[in-house]
Design a protein around this ligand. Structure first.
Ligand code: SF4
Length: 294
């Protein structure tokens, strides 16, 4: 269990220089710092982010809503506000504080589009607000899925809701008219990089009503994150660390051994179900164009 500590932030929104790159997000919003989902591969543990005690403490910016009101009122460009890049906006502290939900209400009030990335079905509590945003602008939700095997997810994402719960939430949002899809990254080399896993994610996502799957068949490893991940490998998958060290050394970008082949498979499978695999969908939405997939 993480300790929850309340803090006062000075500023909240971070402007993104290249909004075409990531779900059309123009402003990044992080209400929580630290995350209770404890994924063994989480990049936010990297030394470069300087988040002390990532696994033991969640910092809650309790003045976030006040700041958001102030900062949105000053924005001249109504770009998409995205959350979920550094910590999950539906980490368990959200049950108590409800700040992500309140932030979405502020976005609805100022008519800003929103994009959420999460591993949690807790997002369903904010369904009505997401619909309100969708009616005025655009609301999209990407659920991260690295496997659809609940037992494996329990090992590699021990604190996060089960993939089956995420898929059920995806289906409910899709039925309610929210643009939903899957962020399939990382795909852990030598653990999750099998054709069966790729096919199963695509199939289950399609059945749930996903309109897109954004993949990365591999993972990143940086100082800080790497040590934690390797210690977990020693515990969960004895012997794998040596394979990683031999294959990747100190590299940041660690593609799965069969990445190209699996990417081709993913694209073929997604095409079968009519799901997008890149950000064109979001770029078009930013430009106000109507796409077939909407
Ligand atoms: S849900 Fe995201 S932010 Fe939270 S631990 Fe997992 S990878 Fe990190």
């Amino acid at each position: 269990m993480s300790i929850v500590r309340e803090i006062q932030a000075k500023t909240l929104l971070i402007s993104i220089k290249n909004p075409e790159g990531w779900f059309g997000v123009k402003y990044n919003l992080n209400i929580y710092r630290g995350c209770e989902h404890r994924c063994i591969y989480c990049d936010s543990r990297s030394d470069c982010y300087q988040i002390e005690n990532f696994d033991g403490e969640v910092l809650v910016k309790t003045n976030a809503i006040e700041l958001l009101e102030k900062e949105l009122g000053r924005k001249r460009i109504k770009g998409t506000v995205g959350t979920g890049a550094m910590s999950d906006p539906y980490t368990y502290a959200e049950k108590r504080y409800g700040l992500t939900g309140k932030a979405l209400q502020v976005l609805a009030k100022y008519r800003f589009p929103a994009h959420l990335t999460t591993k949690s079905d807790l997002v369903l509590k904010d369904l009505e607000t997401l619909q309100e945003i969708q009616r005025a602008q655009r609301a999209s939700v990407a659920f991260t899925l690295t496997t659809v095997d609940d037992a494996l997810a329990r090992q590699v994402e021990p604190g996060a809701p089960r993939p089956s719960a995420r898929l059920e939430a995806l289906a409910r949002l899709a039925q309610a008219g929210i643009l939903t899809g899957v962020l399939m990254m990382p795909v852990l080399p030598l653990i999750e990089d099998t054709p069966e896993n790729i096919r199963a994610i695509v199939q289950r996502a399609a059945e749930a009503g996903a309109k897109f799957i954004i993949p990365w068949i591999g993972m990143s490893l940086r100082a800080g994150q790497r040590e934690y991940y390797y210690a977990q490998l020693d515990h969960l998958f004895p012997g794998l660390r040596a394979e990683y060290e031999k294959r990747y050394g100190d590299r940041y970008s660690c593609a799965a051994p069969q990445a190209k082949k699996l990417e081709r498979l993913l694209h073929e499978e997604c095409e079968k179900y009519g799901m997008a695999t890149d950000m064109r969908l979001f770029r078009a939405a930013e430009e106000g164009k109507q796409l077939e997939l909407f």
